[in-house]
Design a protein around this ligand. Structure first.
Ligand code: ZN
Length: 106
């Protein structure tokens, strides 16, 4: 596993803002903006069912899926949400550890 903390290519700041963009008929996107100089750092395209906002719960996840329109059964969705929640938490703990090990060079 490789972890990498993003840095602004313009001013080397690690203070970044994530801006979520939603547009009907398009995949959700995240634009990462430098909080210090305002430059765009990167853009991510979120896969269907791939957005998990921790602490926002199942209804929020469901609204995200609704926009994509891919799921059929409620049971399937609930099962996936539980899995995603656990996977995200476990993975986040893992990457946090890795980032701490790496220290400032990120
Ligand atoms: Zn910057």
């Amino acid at each position: 596993m490789e972890v990498h903390r993003q840095t602004c290519q313009n001013c080397q700041s690690r203070e970044l803002h994530n801006i979520l963009k939603r547009e009907p008929g398009e995949s959700d996107k995240v634009y990462v903006q430098c909080a210090r100089c305002g430059e765009m750092v990167s853009r991510y395209i979120i896969a269907q069912g791939g957005y998990y906002h921790h602490g926002k719960g199942f209804e929020s996840y469901l609204r995200g899926l609704n926009r994509g329109g891919a799921y059929e059964s409620a049971k399937e969705i609930l099962g996936d949400f539980g899995k995603i929640q656990n996977v995200c938490l476990a993975e986040f703990e893992e990457i946090k550890k890795k980032v701490e090990e790496k220290g400032e060079e990120g």
